[in-house]
Design a protein around this ligand. Structure first.
Ligand code: NAD
Ligand code: MG
Length: 408
């Protein structure tokens, strides 16, 4: 089968050539971690393009610091600020979704897809369709349109490298044996801030409590997804597409220390794991240098750890995880609807318009109502996935007042 994720270590290639880099989502948490690595070895990398959603000032500063050729901001209202901030720099500027796509289309050997949410889909696809290396952080794009995305990436000869720490771990561990000998993979989950909380306490969790992740420092959307454990659900669907594995070959274990990121169990009884500190610079460094290795950030000090523990996930206290597993098994448009409804619900929770427990309730209600709207059909292509995504967002917004008004 043709695969966009390289199945084996690429043949040795000289490690001397300069890599041209584009950063989609340069101002975010992943973008910042990637830039920290790039700045350590500036002679190895040349920056082609950088993009951001709205923060024109931060983007302009990055573009200058990195010597980028092109900077694009997604929100057209921010164009003036970007243009002013880069006046006289010689750096080209653009605004709007089309400018972000243009950034993705410019000649770069390596593009990091670190835009948050389904907004990252079109630019990420545009980069993949150039047949380049795409370091993929944006899991929502695979949940929304995984089959179409991976098909088009493979057809274009793109190399998709997983940035998400669990998937990067699996990618590394898969190299230990032939594909036919893979029994299953295990994605670990920290369990988030509410791992040991009662169902009652979780239902009433505040925004401030949900934003306090015990191990990882990340953007707000994925931090809330970690608190609901929808993040792990999205990651199961992400793994299904990246590694072409069936739902029953993908397991989750809660591992509160976030040191073991993923494991592959082979038929002979061997379980191969990747370990590392909970620092996204580790998987990003792996993707940045692949198939070589560069110096990373922090090192793992295992002797300083008293114990590493593993437990089964709780689908009752974390209904979002159950919903994602059900959506993967249902197939068709269900994962697309799940992702769209979750993006709407998380945005409303961040705005203070929904309670924590209502995030999963809104997703469940949207999935429940989506069949009668014809949204559960298998999206035949990217365009259809995007149409289902848009309709599912509309449906979630329609259902929102009723879910928000529900008392516990
Ligand atoms: P973030 O919110 O910190 O950054 C998101 C970036 O996307 C910013 O540069 C922002 O300006 C840009 N952006 C936002 N909306 C946009 C739009 N409509 N169009 C174009 N650009 C837009 O998010 P993050 O935590 O860096 O996460 C980015 C992606 O990586 C997400 O898909 C997330 O699930 C994934 N990821 C993140 C981590 C992590 O540790 N942060 C780990 C694994 C996977
Ligand atoms: Mg992850």
């Amino acid at each position: 089968m043709m695969s966009a994720v390289p199945l084996q270590r690429a043949a040795e290639v000289a490690d001397t050539s300069e890599r041209r880099i584009t950063l989609l989502g340069a101002t975010g948490s992943i973008g910042t971690s990637a830039i920290d690595l790039l700045k350590r070895q500036p002679e190895r990398y040349r920056i082609e393009a950088v993009t951001a959603g709205r923060n024109a000032e931060a983007l302009a500063q990055l573009a200058r610091e990195l010597g980028a050729r092109f900077a694009a901001v997604a929100d057209p209202a921010c164009y003036g600020a970007l243009k002013d901030a880069l006046a006289g720099s010689g750096i080209e500027t653009g605004a709007g979704e089309s400018a972000v796509i243009e950034a993705a289309c410019r000649p770069a050997d390596w593009v990091i897809a670190a835009i948050t949410g389904a907004a990252g889909l079109k630019p990420t696809l545009a980069a993949a369709e150039r047949g380049t290396i795409v370091a993929l952080a944006n899991k929502e794009c695979l949940v929304c349109a995984g089959t179409a995305f991976m098909r088009r990436a493979a057809a274009a000869g793109a190399t998709v490298l997983p940035v998400d720490s669990e998937h990067n771990a699996i990618f590394q561990a898969l190299g230990a044996g032939p594909r036919e000998a893979v029994l299953r993979i295990i994605l670990t989950a920290s369990g988030g801030p509410f791992r040991s909380w009662s169902l009652e306490a979780i239902r009433n969790a505040t925004l401030e409590q949900a934003l306090k992740h015990p191990n990882w420092s990340m953007g707000p959307k994925i931090t809330i997804d970690s608190a609901t454990m929808m993040n792990k659900g999205l990651e199961i669907i992400e793994a299904h597409h990246l590694f072409d594995l069936a739902a029953d070959q993908i397991d989750v274990l809660v591992h509160p220390q976030s040191i073991v990121h993923g494991m592959v169990e082979f038929t002979d009884g061997s379980v191969v794991a990747q370990l590392g500190p909970p620092d996204m610079r580790v998987p990003i460094a792996h993707c940045l240098a692949w198939p070589h290795r560069i110096d990373g950030a922090n090192r793992l000090r295992l002797a300083q750890m008293t114990n590493l523990t593993f437990e089964e996930p709780d689908f009752v206290r974390f209904p979002a995880l159950r919903l994602a597993c059900e959506a993967l098994r249902a197939g068709g448009g269900a994962p697309t609807v799940l992702n769209a409804a979750n993006e709407v619900a998380v945005a409303e929770f961040l705005n203070g318009a929904l309670r924590f427990c209502s995030i999963a309730e809104l997703v469940e209600a949207t999935l429940g109502a989506s069949g009668s709207r014809g949204l559960l059909r298998e999206p035949a292509d990217m365009e259809e996935a995007l149409a289902i995504d848009a309709d599912a967002r509309r449906l979630a917004r329609e259902l929102l007042p009723e879910i928000a008004a529900k008392t516990i």
